[in-house]
Design a protein around this ligand. Structure first.
Ligand code: AQP
Length: 334
């Protein structure tokens, strides 16, 4: 029996991923690729909605792909490719945009937030149609599940609505996907500002642990993380956001239960706890970083792997697109 399909992706929006991306997405992808036929994309077309320099974007795209592989996504098992290598994404996005209501797209909270932040003149139409491109990404692969953060849930709801709308207007072309929302405890916050989620585009670097940072730098950042004056290592997200965030990172990277970690550090100060976490971080990310840098040392080989995977993605995506073109009434080219 064939495995159910899974689709997910990340934007190549920084030189390095941060550990929120690793804990919130890559670790889960790594596990899920066992039981799903998985498609993991580096969504470079999405990244174009932010201003970028062409050489930088190319470098970040390779770096993101290398980090997927270094984190354990296996390109011989999962389909790991660059979104723009598969032309069907942009083509299906156009078709889907013709069945998306303007009001419906205007209700997307991520667009509302970002456009309010940048102002109308600095907001592109691409940012507005971002969720439609995301729907195309997902629907091309007849995806059953989409692991996403809570902030993307509304976009997956839109994807479901568009799939159902197309299927009922023109005939069954798409599997209607289910979002799998990451657990609350998989959300990582900024080490210096534990009210904000850790993010690639954070304004200050001090609170972000980068996958490709020198492990000694990451260890220092852990030692300097904001805590509180209470002095007990205990999970209490509301009253002790800094310590709770460190506990979440500790538990996620070691696979240990939170109470066991609390017990281990009972009666010991934050210094000891942070030192313990710094060791865990160095141990986990040292090899990931080394593997990513090794892959980036041979860009020709990395590009070859990405091309072979894009071919695999093309096969599935082209079949869906051809069916959609047929159903919607586009004349077939002989
Ligand atoms: N802090 C986080 N904790 C847990 N999961 C996180 N993710 C991101 N930050 C955290 C998950 O990583 C994936 C990345 O998706 P993306 O690259 O499309 O962008 P994002 O979610 O907006 O992530 P960033 O790092 O904050 O990037 P920028 O700054 O470019 O917007 C998603 O699965 C997300 O849930």
């Amino acid at each position: 029996m064939s495995k159910p399909r899974l689709y997910s992706g990340m934007q190549p929006s920084a030189d390095s991923l941060q550990i929120g991306n690793y804990i919130g997405a890559l670790m889960q992808w790594r596990d899920l690729q066992e039981s799903y036929e998985a498609f993991f994309s580096v969504v470079d077309l999405h990244a174009l909605t932010q201003p970028s320099n062409p050489a930088d974007l190319r470098a970040k795209t390779r770096r993101t792909a290398a980090q997927y592989i270094a984190a354990g996504i296996e390109p011989s098992r999962s389909t790991l490719y660059v979104q723009s290598h598969v032309r069907a994404h942009a083509e299906l996005a156009w078709i889907l945009s013709t069945i998306t209501g303007f009001g419906e797209a205007s209700r997307m909270t991520q667009f509302k937030d970002k456009s309010a932040r940048y102002g109308a003149d600095a907001t592109s139409v691409g940012l507005f149609t971002y969720p439609v491109l995301m729907a195309a990404d997902i629907l091309l692969y007849q995806t059953d599940i989409v692991p996403v953060g809570d902030d993307q849930k509304q976009h997956v709801e839109l994807t479901r609505d568009l799939a159902e709308r197309f299927n009922s207007r023109y005939g069954e072309a798409f599997t209607v996907p289910m979002p799998v929302i990451q657990k609350d405890t998989a959300r990582i916050y900024d080490l210096q500002n534990p009210a904000a989620k850790m993010s690639k585009s954070a304004e200050s670097d001090a609170g972000v642990l980068w996958l490709l940072d020198d492990p000694a730098v990451s260890a220092k950042k852990v030692m300097r993380a904001v805590t509180d004056s209470d002095g007990t290592v205990r999970y209490d997200r509301e009253n002790k956001p800094g310590v709770s965030n460190l506990l979440v990172i500790y538990a996620a990277l070691t696979g240990r239960q939170m109470p066991a970690i609390e017990d281990e550090y009972a009666g010991r100060g934050y210094g000891d706890f942070k030192k313990g976490l710094a060791d865990v971080v160095v141990e986990e990310f040292g090899p990931v970083r080394a593997r990513a840098l090794e892959l980036l040392d041979d860009p020709a080989e990395l590009d070859r792997v990405l091309a072979a995977n894009a071919e695999r993605a093309d096969e599935v995506a082209d079949a869906t697109l051809a069916d959609v073109y047929d159903k919607i009434g586009l004349l077939r080219r002989l």
